[in-house]
Design a protein around this ligand. Structure first.
Ligand SMILES: C[S@@+](CC[C@H](N)C(=O)[O-])C[C@H]1O[C@@H](n2cnc3c(N)ncnc32)[C@H](O)[C@@H]1O
Length: 206
């Protein structure tokens, strides 16, 4: 299905490239701008790029964004979208899996990490979990890996996870993000990205 330019513009802010999948998994600009504020002036490692809708917001606030993506066709869209926004000099695209030690070894030094794994499987019977996560890459694994490199990590997660699953993680802020009354996402912030300890909320009025 082709997504209409109006719908893309409304969610992401301009006539960017997106197919059905990268449109659905792309985060609304009202949330990405909010996440990006906390990365102001930092060198950020983003995983995973998708078609680059979080990359665009991060590139506008961060000192530089290094962004890792496993899927070449998604990465091509992200490169085109970042070019369209005139932000290419702020972003370095890296092809590969964030789970591959070779990719991780090749990463430059960064101040903070932003993780947005793919929820991949959906459907009425699908159970969203954080532990033994079934996102791609698995959220629990990639979070642990990133926390080994930096204390400053933010990770976006589906809204349906039971909050008890976050017990045992290092001290963090657990932000619930709402569009109107609808709980759309969680974002967990660690280290210097955390503003409070415990649960907070971010509400977009519609
Ligand atoms: C939820 S999307 C990211 C969306 C993006 N933040 C946005 O707002 O447009 C997740 C992306 O992770 C990529 N991905 C899945 N496994 C990965 C891995 N092991 N390493 C890097 N990227 C991966 C998928 O191909 C997909 O493009």
């Amino acid at each position: 299905m082709k997504i209409s330019p109006d719908v893309i513009r409304e969610k992401f802010g301009d006539d960017y490239m997106a197919d059905e999948r990268t449109f659905i998994m792309g985060i609304d600009q009202r949330f990405t701008k909010h996440f990006a504020e906390r990365f102001t002036g930092l060198k950020v490692l983003e995983t995973c790029t998708g078609a680059g809708f979080t990359t665009l917001s991060l590139a506008r606030t961060a000192r530089h964004v290094f962004t890792v993506e496993i899927d070449d066709s998604n990465q091509k869209k992200a490169i085109s979208n970042v070019e369209k926004a005139g932000l290419s000099s702020h972003v370095t695209f890296i092809s590969g899996s964030i789970l591959d030690p070779v990719t991780v070894k090749g990463l430059p030094l960064f101040d903070a990490a932003f993780i947005d794994p793919d929820w991949a499987v959906t459907g009425p019977d699908h159970e969203y979990r954080f532990q033994q996560s079934n996102t791609l890459p698995p959220a629990d694994v990639v979070l642990k890996d990133m926390l080994r490199i930096t204390d400053n990590v933010a990770i976006v997660l589906p809204p349906f996870i039971k909050a008890e699953e976050f017990e045992g993680l290092p001290k963090h802020e657990r932000e619930k993000l709402y569009l109107g009354e609808s709980h759309e996402l969680y974002c967990l912030y660690f280290g210097g990205l955390m503003r409070f300890v415990g649960e907070t909320g971010f509400h977009v009025k519609i």
